[in-house]
Design a protein around this ligand. Structure first.
Ligand code: SF4
Ligand code: SF4
Ligand code: FES
Length: 743
């Protein structure tokens, strides 16, 4: 039996795969069936708006085209060839516009609004309505990020369907019935969820708008720059909308294999940090009264002096958020140009993962997914969380192994869990081995990460099965690209110098990392490359201004191993890193181009098999799997956090830190994002809370190493015993073991 069906739309014959929706079938033939509520990414059609009315021969009434699939022999007429369909659509639009205000000139959607466009194309030219339209208070704050102009809503239910069927946060609802139906949040609470901003893009009218973008620009005076989000290792594809040299909003540009057209709120709403008041805009040198601004020439003189003075005893702390080209440029200067020194990049990625790589979208089609690690996926790579939800809705079994897992495991025990899975007698491992659609995800730190994951996938026989894949979620956006670029810059590995003559701190994540600060105390001098004053004051001898990913040209490698292109959305207020790195390199007789494209070319010859920048395109492809090469063997050691102290039930608990999605130096600088930040709270297992007489909401004191911090307790039924889990921003001075008592 053929897998194709043949039908006629507007007298045109079309052949498509069986099961194709009528809207897509018509589009394939170059015919428009206009829609409002239809959005296949939200699940099955709901037929709410009737904009898609078509006439189907043999059916007495007009049909909602979005609810139909192409059938063999079907004869369809859209509004172009059917007066009935045209009349139906006109009536639908007239009905939709009964209560819709005529405020396009002041509406943020005006100029890029499906309702406006379709009314022009299919609607009545004038109105017969003379009575007053419904009005509401406006704008209604759905949250500090989203405003609702309720009278503009056409009740397509895209937003509520996203909330309930995609993000599954269940916070947006339709209240009341009939003409009084209205979109609201549950209990009128702010819409506080990791993916809330997607409803702004989904709304086909100007009912849901971004508070950051309201009244900021009109569509004819903006430019959209296609680039990639640099805030987590997923690497979602974005469009940065700019006006007069400023980023005004960030939207998805839908890479179906990477992000499926969704963004998290961190990626969408964090761009105002580019304009932060405490941004470093000129180089700073430590003088007699602290850091003082100097010219770039003076800064490079000082940098040269510090680099020569260190006599090769240099340590570089990389953030993993640099572009691959900046990391390579640093490596070329510091490793090739200045000889012995070592790097700190607190990530355990591995090129061996490429033997079982696959697009993130593979997760959505999986039947069994095992996530190991103590961190929530949404905190490390949010978009992966949406792929997992999609898989679960499609019937996949999701097993989590970790401190909050469906299979509880001791803190830091991910590597051991993987070894157990790969063992011949593991029941779950056996199912992973037998499946053609199984996925392994590592969501945590320490324990060998990527290498251990690659070994487990190899042992489970994933390589030969395209539907089976592994995903290691690093903490930093370009952890893999930076590690590979750094390795490509010079051949030899160097030992850690002692004492450290110079610490080069590259990027804000490294500058904000307490372990890098500790390293700085051991270093004679420090150069910090950072965007923000507060990250460098007090400990750097020379501060060189950094740029943000939205200001950079270059490439980054996401967690799949996909090399993607970043494009500069706006000109940074400071020279970009490669510009001054190349000048500095020249002083040491090292050749380094100031242009990212040229650096990429050199780098690509070394690590990407000569891949050209143009080949990355707007939507970069994922290279084929590489043959498996066993990673360096390392003994399977417990990470420092792996052992629960024996006396934990009477005394201390092991501190389990995590980095929440809404944290970090960019988020801190965006006032409207603050409501998304985590509560000041510590999570305790039910058993540990009971033993201490602690209930959710109690004020508790956490003490260790002579310091203490007071937080609200939350009893977390999913948490393993012996652990106090809290965001690392609240755990700054606490050590591994803490005493938890009611305050
Ligand atoms: S607010 Fe927008 S997306 Fe939500 S139902 Fe109304 S028109 Fe549709
Ligand atoms: S999931 Fe990651 S890459 Fe995607 S928008 Fe959010 S922070 Fe950016
Ligand atoms: S698009 Fe078909 S009913 Fe809304």
């Amino acid at each position: 039996m053929s897998d194709l069906v043949k039908l006629t739309i507007d007298d045109r014959e079309v052949e498509v795969a069986k099961g194709t929706g009528l809207v897509e079938t018509a589009a394939a033939a170059g015919i428009e069936i206009p829609v409002f509520c239809y959005e296949p990414r939200l699940g099955p059609a709901v037929g709410a708006c009737r904009m898609c009315l078509v006439e189907v021969e043999g059916m007495p009434k007009l049909q909602a085209g979005c609810t139909l699939t192409a059938q063999d022999g079907m004869v369809v007429h859209t509004a172009s060839t059917s007066a009935r369909a045209a009349e139906g659509q006109k009536g639908t639009l007239e009905f939709i516009l009964v209560n819709h205000p005529l405020d396009c000139p002041v509406c943020d959607k005006g100029g890029e609004c499906p309702l406006q466009d379709l009314t022009f194309r299919y609607g009545p030219g004038s109105t017969r309505m003379t009575f007053p339209k419904l009005t509401f208070d406006k704008p209604i704050p759905v949250s500090p990020l989203i405003a609702l102009d309720r009278e503009r809503c056409i009740l397509c239910y895209r937003c509520t369907r996203f909330s309930s069927d995609v993000a599954e946060d269940e916070q947006l609802i339709a209240r009341n019935r009939g003409a009084y139906s209205m979109i609201a949040t549950f209990g009128d609470e702010p819409y506080r969820a990791p993916f809330s901003g997607n409803v702004i893009e989904l709304c086909p009218v100007g009912a849901l708008t971004s508070t950051q973008y309201r009244f900021e620009a009109r569509p004819w005076e903006i430019q959209d720059v296609p680039t990639v989000c640099g805030l987590c290792p997923a690497g979602c594809n974005i469009r940065a909308t700019t006006r007069e040299g400023l980023v005004k909003r960030v939207q998805s540009r839908n890479h179906p294999e990477v992000d499926g057209g969704w963004l998290c709120d961190k990626g969408r709403f964090t761009f105002p940090h580019l304009r932060s008041d405490d941004r470093v805009r000129e180089p700073l040198v430590r003088g007699t009264v602290g850091l003082e601004p100097v010219s770039w020439d003076a800064a490079l003189d000082r940098a040269e002096e510090l680099l020569r003075g260190a006599q090769g005893k240099i340590v570089t702390a990389l953030s993993g958020s640099e572009t691959t080209e900046i990391a390579y440029g640093l490596g070329v200067l510091l490793r090739r140009g200045l000889g012995a020194h070592s790097a700190v990049l607190d990530e355990s990625t591995s090129a061996a993962l490429d033997a079982c790589r696959a697009p993130l979208s593979t997760i959505g089609a999986a039947e069994l997914v095992v996530v190991v690690g103590d961190d929530e996926v949404v905190d490390r790579a949010p978009i992966v969380d949406l792929w997992l939800r999609k898989a679960r809705r499609a019937g996949a079994e999701i097993v989590t192994i970790g401190a909050r897992g469906s299979v509880p495991a001791p803190v830091g025990g991910a590597a051991e869990a993987l070894r157990d899975l790969a063992a011949a007698d593991s029941e779950l491992g056996g199912r992973l081995r037998a499946s053609d659609r199984a996925i392994l995800v590592w969501s945590g730190s320490g324990g060998g990460g990527g290498a251990r994951l690659a070994e487990a996938a190899h042992a489970l026989g994933f390589e030969g099965k395209p539907g089976c894949a592994v995903f290691h979620l690093p903490a930093r956006a370009n952890a893999r690209g930076v590690a590979e670029a750094w390795a490509a810059a010079a051949d030899a590995d160097e030992a850690d110098p002692e004492p450290i003559g110079l610490l080069v701190v590259s990027g804000d994540e490294a500058a904000g990392d307490p372990s890098v600060r500790a390293l700085a105390e051991r270093a004679s001098t420090v150069i910090a490359i950072t965007m923000f004053h507060s990250l460098a004051v007090g400990w750097a001898d020379l501060v060189l201004p950094a740029t943000a990913s939205l200001e950079r040209e270059g490439t980054a490698m996401n967690l799949e191993g996909r090399v993607q292109r970043l494009r500069r959305a706006v000109t940074p207020p400071v020279p970009d890193e490669l510009a001054w790195l190349s000048k500095l390199a020249e002083r040491f007789g090292v050749a380094l181009s100031p242009h990212a494209a040229v650096v990429f070319e050199e780098l690509s010859g070394r690590i990407y098999g000569g891949l050209l920048l143009e080949q990355l395109g707007e939507h970069a492809g994922l290279p084929a799997r590489r043959p498996y090469e066993a990673p360096e063997p390392t003994p399977l050691a417990h990470s420092p956090e792996a052992n629960v102290p024996e006396d934990h039930f009477v005394g201390t608990l092991r501190l389990l830190r995590y980095t929440p999605l809404f944290s970090g130096h960019q988020v801190e600088r965006v006032p409207e994002l603050q409501f998304q930040r985590p509560e000041r709270e510590v999570a305790l297992s039910t058993v540990d809370a009971d033993r201490r007489g602690i209930a959710t909401g109690d004020l508790v004191s956490l003490r260790s190493n002579g310091t203490s911090v007071e937080l609200r307790a939350r009893v977390d039924a999913r948490l393993v015993e012996g652990v106090a889990r809290l965001a690392d921003e609240h755990a700054a001075h606490l050590h591994a073991d803490v005493e938890v008592v009611k305050a």
